[in-house]
Every structure is written in C-alpha cells, then in structure tokens.
Design a protein around this ligand. Structure first.
Ligand SMILES: [Zn+2]
Length: 242
C-alpha cells in the first residue's frame, strides 16, 4: 500500500475475516487488489451489508422537455409501479426502519429528490393505496433553500406530508451544490449545506432528519466526514464498490 503515491488510494476496507480489499488508481485505471490481514497488522472490522433497493424519482408529470425525460414519471405510471410493489409483496419503508430490517418482508425505499411541488401527487397516490396490509412510505429529499419557491413544495405542504407518517422528510443539502468539484469546493459552506439543512427541516417537521442525499451523487472525504457527524444514512446514485 505504501508504494502507491498519496491520493491514488480510492478505497480500503475489510473484505472478509482474513482479507482487506483495496481499490486504487494506477496510471488512471481502477484496479482491485486484496491484502492479507497479517500484512496490515489488524483484522478487518465486521461490516453487515444489507441489499435494499432504493428507487430514485424526481418529478411527477406529463410530457417533459426532452432533456428531462429521465427525471419524470407520469402519475399513472407511478401508480402502476406502486401497485406492482404491492402485488409483488414489497414493503416500502423509510430510512429509520432499516434498524428493524430483519423483521421486514421485501423492504424497498422510494425516494424523491429536490422537493418539487408535483411530488404531492406521489403522496396522494401512496395515501390512496394504503390498506390493512400495505402501508407504503416514501422519502422526500428536500433542498432547504428551494422551500416555498415556485414549482417547489411549500413549508406547509412539507409539514402536512410529514405529519401523515407517509412521507419522511430528509435532507438534500441547503443549496444543491456539486461536492466533487475541487475548484469550487472552497466556496461551499459545508456547515450550511449539511448541518443547517438538517436543523431547518427538523424545525419544520419536528422529526429527526437522519438521511442525506448527495446532490448529483457527489461527495468527497471532507463532505463524508462532516456528514458522519450529523447523519446515520447518506445516499448517492452510484453503484457501490463493496
Ligand atoms: Zn438533486
């Protein structure tokens, strides 16, 4: 490990009881290697991995602009997808229920990013699908500074949906910055984006905000360290290397 120049190590973590897994960049290419615990001088920490599917949505609506197609789903289509989850025996949960994951049948997490006003349709659909056996929940990741702006959810709507117990309100930072960009990272106020957005949303809902979704799925070690201080869960949209 020491032979690699600093900055080239991407990830180093326990793989099983005896081996560590290291992912490094060598000459611009990503390589995976394994190092025995004896050579590291310590045993890998036990990590429990749960595979819970997370569905990411942004907007509910018809006929979006061509460059927005991937971010839209029609209300009818969304309803069909939720009905499918119901028939297939899934349990749509919020992040805090991960604690009890072993007791939950086919858990799945439904998320909406950015806090658009049209997300209300998703709330209504989930509310109408509730019955004795299916109690779907979803998580709305809200960008603090967008609350009450045109096209975005209002403070009142956020509070009402949170009170319903159907929608869990969680953080999508305060201003939706791109965290990976080293040129502008210096200008990003991490306390405002990470801690203050949590305080703001907790003030509105009166409930804990324990999850954050990284805008554009972007983060770096500085961001991660700050997030770890305040959140239990962090979500990105990249495939995990674990
Ligand atoms: Zn976003």
């Amino acid at each position: 490990m020491k032979s690699y120049k600093k900055g080239q190590l991407l990830k180093f973590a326990g793989y099983n009881d005896d081996w560590f897994k290291a992912i490094v960049y060598i000459k611009g290419k990503k390589k995976t290697g394994y190092i025995n615990a004896k050579d590291v001088g310590e045993s890998p920490k036990k990590v429990t991995v749960y595979n819970i599917p997370i569905l990411m949505y942004h907007q509910i609506g018809e006929n979006p602009q061509p460059d927005e197609i991937g971010r839209f789903v029609s209300a009818k289509n969304f309803e069909e997808q939720m009905k499918y989850l119901k028939t297939a025996g899934y349990t749509p949960i919020n992040f805090d229920e991960i604690r009890n994951i072993n007791k939950i049948k086919k858990p799945i997490i439904i998320t909406f990013d950015d806090g658009y006003k049209n997300n209300i349709y998703a709330y209504n659909i989930l509310k109408n699908l509730r019955d004795a056996t299916f109690k779907p929940k979803a998580t709305f990741f809200i960008t603090g500074s967008d609350i009450d702006r045109p096209d975005y959810l209002s403070l009142k709507q956020i509070k009402e949906m949170s009170d319903s117990g159907i929608i869990s309100i969680q953080s999508h930072t305060m201003t939706h910055p791109f965290f990976n960009d080293s040129e502008t990272m210096g200008n990003i106020d991490l306390v405002k984006e990470i801690k203050d957005s949590q305080t703001l949303l907790e003030g509105i809902t009166g409930k804990s905000v324990t999850a954050i979704a990284y805008p554009y799925g972007s983060y770096n070690s500085k961001v991660l360290n700050e997030v770890k201080k305040y959140y239990t869960y962090a979500v990105n949209n990249k495939k995990c290397d674990c």
